[in-house]
Write a new protein. Structure first.
Length: 185
């Protein structure tokens, strides 16, 4: 049964797991809807659940002392949110917000920690994902400091396109301005 569930997964991390590692994780997985604007992980609060995106887009967002926000990274079916759990911590100064609706596989942080303890292969795979996420954050920092708004928007749209099926992206001007760190007008 776990093999058939794994084959049906769209999340690339879950799909890449050896069958035995997926079998350890599978009893703890449940699907959850991703609703536009929903905050899955709040800044400076315990991370209760880790989510592996099946369909939709999430944004890692940082908030400055003045309340202004900017996106650090995008997460689609290639990844997960709740990365601090992999490092043994239970909170982050950032938030993870749904930017395009869909659904995800959710696992409690406690259950994931237990599975990680018995599966070095799973832990290694997820840490490789963290490296790719760090590369994306570095690219975002570079783009935000070196490129014009039009170039940053093009980059962001292409990254969103990579994480969706089709050519439509349901977003608003307000959300775009937040993601690009600019005023809405």
């Amino acid at each position: 049964m776990p093999a058939s569930i794994q084959r049906a997964c769209h999340n690339r991390l879950l799909k890449a797991l050896p069958e035995a590692d997926f079998a350890l994780l599978q009893p703890h997985l449940m699907t959850v809807p991703l609703r536009l604007g929903e905050v899955l992980i709040r800044a400076d609060t315990p991370i209760e659940r880790v989510c592996f995106v099946e369909d939709g887009i999430l944004s890692h967002i940082v908030t400055a002392a003045d309340g202004k926000q900017i996106e650090l990274a995008l997460v689609g079916r290639e990844g997960m949110v709740g990365v601090p759990v992999l490092f043994g911590t239970d909170r982050t100064p950032h938030e993870d917000r749904v930017q395009a609706t869909g659904y995800a596989w959710s696992v409690s942080s406690k259950a994931l920690r237990e599975v990680l303890g018995s599966s070095p292969g799973l832990h290694a795979l997820l840490l490789r994902y963290v490296q790719s996420l760090n590369v994306q954050v570095a690219g975002t920092a570079l783009a935000n400091t070196r490129y014009k708004l039009e170039q940053r928007l093009a980059r962001w749209l292409l990254m969103c396109h990579d994480r969706t099926e089709g050519d439509e992206l349901p977003t608003t001007h307000r959300f775009l301005s937040l993601m690009l760190g600019v005023n809405r007008p």
